[in-house]
Design a protein around this ligand. Sequence first.
Ligand SMILES: Cc1ncc(COP(=O)(O)O)c(C=O)c1O
Length: 398
Amino acid sequence: MGLSFFSKSKNTVVARCQEDYATTMRKRYAPYYHAMDAQTGTHIHLDGKDMIMLSSNDYLGLSFHPKVIEASCAAIHRWGTSTNGARPSNGSRSFHLELENKLAAFLGKEACHVHAAGYLSCMSAVASFAQKGDLIFADKNIHSCLLDGAKASLATVERFSHNRPDDFQEMVSTAASDAPKFLIAEGVYSMEGHIGRLPELIKISDNYKCFNIIDDAHGFGVFGKQGRGTVDHFGLTDKIDIICGSLSKSLASTGGFVAGSSDVIEYMRTNSKQTIFSAALSPGQAAAAQTSLEIMQTEPEHLKKLWDNTHQYKAILKNLGLDIWESESPAVPIVLGSRDKCYLFWKALLEKGVFTVMSIAPAVPAGKDLIRTAISAQHTPEQIEQIGHAMAYALKRI
Ligand SMILES: Cc1ncc(COP(=O)(O)O)c(C=O)c1O
């Protein structure tokens, strides 16, 4: 009986799990799922050591803003911890409508719908509208939630080279079908730090009457007036059908949003499985996002600090000769090009008290294995100097 613990399961699926190579390697090298035992802003405590967080998406550093914490606690006291149901049934509350109206107004769109995860929002931003027989043109490097939305829609998906409007033009112009067409791209690509080439893409999209969907999870809060995002940065608000994104980055919460015209948002509310059959955003998270949104409009210092920090950080990396894949945003990859180098670099940073995350192929294109770092408005100049020293040390270890 005791020995059965070590034996291979007769169940094929359980055996698949037991023998999975990626899981075995993840457990052996343990680069992911580290659980911090304490955090205050960019200071974390992990494995008995104080460290600097350098891979969080808390771009504006609002997760520990006193007003955000206070609003979130107050919402829980007033509404309880959970909505305990989906929006069409028992989950809708007035605070959802308030947040949606404020987000829609900020983004310059008629309507908005919020979900309990950014993944759900961005997946439904595609799956709600595309159907079997439609044609989706998507940047090769879009986030998996958008791709899952495309797959769930049963539409045909064609992927153009990353940030290459000419490739999109080639594909869309040679598409034989007169089927409804879609363009899916991101405002900011979070692994690469690249800004999506929206002006060129949208011009082509317009010419071929594509329905366009822009995921601005990493551009919201970072680009545009008061952080309205990449679409605003390029002055394209009226040209975009759907802007979707996450509440878990600059908005210091969890959840996501889909914004567009009233017609398309109401259609989504009727037809999207992700929207209809999943519990509504919780009170504490909605309040955190709404208060962060207010802070973005009343305290411009956070956005300024984010960019000051980003410039200081990038100058240090440039001096060290590190390849940052021409990042144009506070999401800054350090491209090392091999899994082994990434592992050694990541470990050396950890040793020096800097927490980052590795991203290796196939999560990134082959040869682009990287360490993903992201700057926050909460980093101090001293922390960024310390990060620079750790980078110099790690560079010697590869
Ligand atoms: C581009 C993009 N879209 C959507 C998401 C999903 O957002 P969330 O993590 O809030 O579910 C992410 C998450 O990292 C993302 O990077």
